[in-house]
Ligand binder design. Structure first.
Ligand SMILES: [Zn+2]
Length: 94
């Protein structure tokens, strides 16, 4: 009986870890990412209409808004992505 409960706890822990690991750090809702194009100096939310016009070959994702700023990228005027991360989580994306 005890073994079953232990197994259940372990499975739950694995599931929770997997779900959280797949979420971007700057967005607690985990549904949107920051996108940049190598051909411009503007970054967007990934659901911005301008992102659809970016050639996928030049498209990449930012780990957080600070990285975008360091690379001299500016937030899009239309989709208004964040300029700063929310300091909720501190893990690093490698
Ligand atoms: Zn945009």
């Amino acid at each position: 009986m005890r073994k079953n409960i232990l197994a259940l706890i372990i499975i739950t822990a694995i599931l929770v870890t997997t779900v959280f690991a797949s979420r971007p750090l700057f967005d607690p809702t985990g549904t949107r990412r920051l996108v940049g194009s190598m051909k411009s100096n503007v970054y967007h939310w990934d659901d911005c209409k301008f992102v659809k016009k970016i050639n996928p070959d030049y498209l990449f994702y930012f780990a957080n808004p600070e990285t975008a700023a360091k690379m001299l990228y500016k937030p899009c005027m239309r989709c208004n992505p964040p300029v700063k991360s929310k300091p909720l989580r501190t893990e690093k994306i490698e």
